[in-house]
Design a protein around this ligand. Sequence first.
Ligand SMILES: NC(=O)c1ccc[n+]([C@@H]2O[C@H](COP(=O)([O-])OP(=O)(O)OC[C@H]3O[C@@H](n4cnc5c(N)ncnc54)[C@H](O)[C@@H]3O)[C@@H](O)[C@H]2O)c1
Length: 308
Amino acid sequence: MAAIDLGGGGNYLGRRRKSRERELDEKIDSKGKKGPMIPSFQNKVAIVTGAAMGIGEATALKFSELGAAVALLDRNEEKGAAVAGSIAASGGRAKFYSCDVGSGAQIQRAVEGVAADWGGVDVLASCAGIQRYGDVVATEEALWDEVMTVNLKSFYLLCRSVIPFLLQRGGGSIVAVGSVQSITALPNSAAYVTSKHGILGLVRAVALDYAPKKIRVNCVLPGAIDTPMLRSSIGMTPDPHAVLDACNRSHALGRIGKPSEVADAIAYLASDAASFITGAYLVVDGGMLVPAGGMAFSEGGTGAGHGS
Ligand SMILES: NC(=O)c1ccc[n+]([C@@H]2O[C@H](COP(=O)([O-])OP(=O)(O)OC[C@H]3O[C@@H](n4cnc5c(N)ncnc54)[C@H](O)[C@@H]3O)[C@@H](O)[C@H]2O)c1
């Protein structure tokens, strides 16, 4: 159909619309990103805490596979050094730094060491954590403090020490490990649940404050994952086999997760493939939180062996 000529005014309006569109195009960078959306950490330095075991170990291995130089921080010197050694033995760049993440001084020393050894810091994955049980009355003050220090205060301390180095690089990425218990609660876990909710709050706060400086901050929320932590929790129950079966059943996929499956999610969020994601959480739980009415996890969840 021929366009209706509205006369000079119509052409004028058309030209004005086009020039506005051009102005918007210039303002909005809507061009697609170039290159494949495969996470890559070539020429990047990644710090991973809790890297001696479990999710942290898998994350260190993953970052190394994807090209990063990896700084492994943990308080378990023997196991941490062994993981770093095995990465180096297979051609990766890795070094172990002994560090209790409950100590601001030890974190600062380790992070400065990483920057001195590798020339800077680009990525932080905060994986170190502990699991302790008890309802609010049964939870002794010392245990409450321990859980808050290792699980929550550590993330504040790490951000304080690492962010100045990320700023020197012109930006970077931080991923914290929360839990499905960052947005739900299991019985008999008052301190743990609180610490994991706190992490999500801090992730959001730091993400907001540092987005203008090109630092993205996100969180993964794992379901039950086969790590030494989970095995030790299950081992504390009167019938570990029944608990493991219940644990498997409580995930829609019918099984607990593998550490490498959480590491994949951490690597994705830390990478440029997630360049428009910040202040977010990614649930990595095999569908555990999907059922309406919540999960049947209390029948066999970790720590269920403890009455309160
Ligand atoms: N395994 C699960 O089912 C599960 C589920 C949800 C969330 N998470 C979270 O994932 C993270 C990793 O858990 P995991 O299952 O791999 O645990 P894990 O016990 O298997 O490994 C934890 C690692 O952290 C280290 N660590 C603990 N306290 C430390 C400290 N004060 N300073 C330095 N290092 C310390 C340990 O030495 C160990 O290497 C934790 O934050 C945990 O809460 C685990």
